[in-house]
Design a protein around this ligand. Structure first.
Ligand code: FES
Ligand code: FES
Length: 161
């Protein structure tokens, strides 16, 4: 049976976008293939690894578990929105560098977006809350300690810890 198509309107990293998407297109494929934003990674394609995490209306979501059409009317943020071309890395990206919070970097965009949502939603953020907030993101390289340290550092600098 042919897939239906749907017109959607959304903002992507603050810019308005219109698109026509197949009804069964996953949000992660829309982001990578239609928008060309390849910073959002695909790991497991089944909701387990968190590599595809983006922010929709302020909430971290796994974009392999949503359809593109579900983004209609929403505000989508991807890792490219954290700092634009030619801009300095934002405070969280800088903390990841300072604390050596990445090795291969495959998990990093998803980690950054989960941490971004966590830091933006919290009024206070304990170490346990940081660990819980990142538990949907798998990293096969770092052992997580430096990732948690980086987020803890930003939480302290933002007055959340
Ligand atoms: S690719 Fe989406 S959770 Fe792994
Ligand atoms: S840095 Fe390699 S998977 Fe996390």
């Amino acid at each position: 049976m042919p897939d239906s198509v749907h017109a959607i309107e959304l903002t992507v990293n603050g810019e308005p976008h219109e698109a026509v998407v197949p009804g069964r297109q996953l949000l992660v494929h829309f982001i990578r293939d239609t928008l060309g934003l390849r910073g959002t990674h695909i790991g497991c394609d089944s909701g387990n690894c968190g590599a595809c995490t983006v922010i929709v209306d302020g909430k971290a979501v796994k974009s392999c578990m949503q359809l593109a059409v579900q983004a209609d009317g929403r505000a989508l943020e991807t890792v490219e929105g954290l700092s634009g071309p030619g801009e300095e890395p934002n405070d969280l990206q800088a903390a990841f560098t300072r604390h050596h919070a990445l090795q291969c970097g495959y998990c990093t965009p998803g980690m950054l977006m989960s941490a971004t949502a966590l830091l933006e939603q919290a009024e206070e953020l304990s170490l346990d809350e940081i660990r819980r907030g990142l538990k949907g993101n798998i990293c096969r390289c770092t052992g997580y300690v430096n990732i948690v340290r980086a987020v803890e550092d930003v939480a302290a600098r933002r007055g959340l810890a």
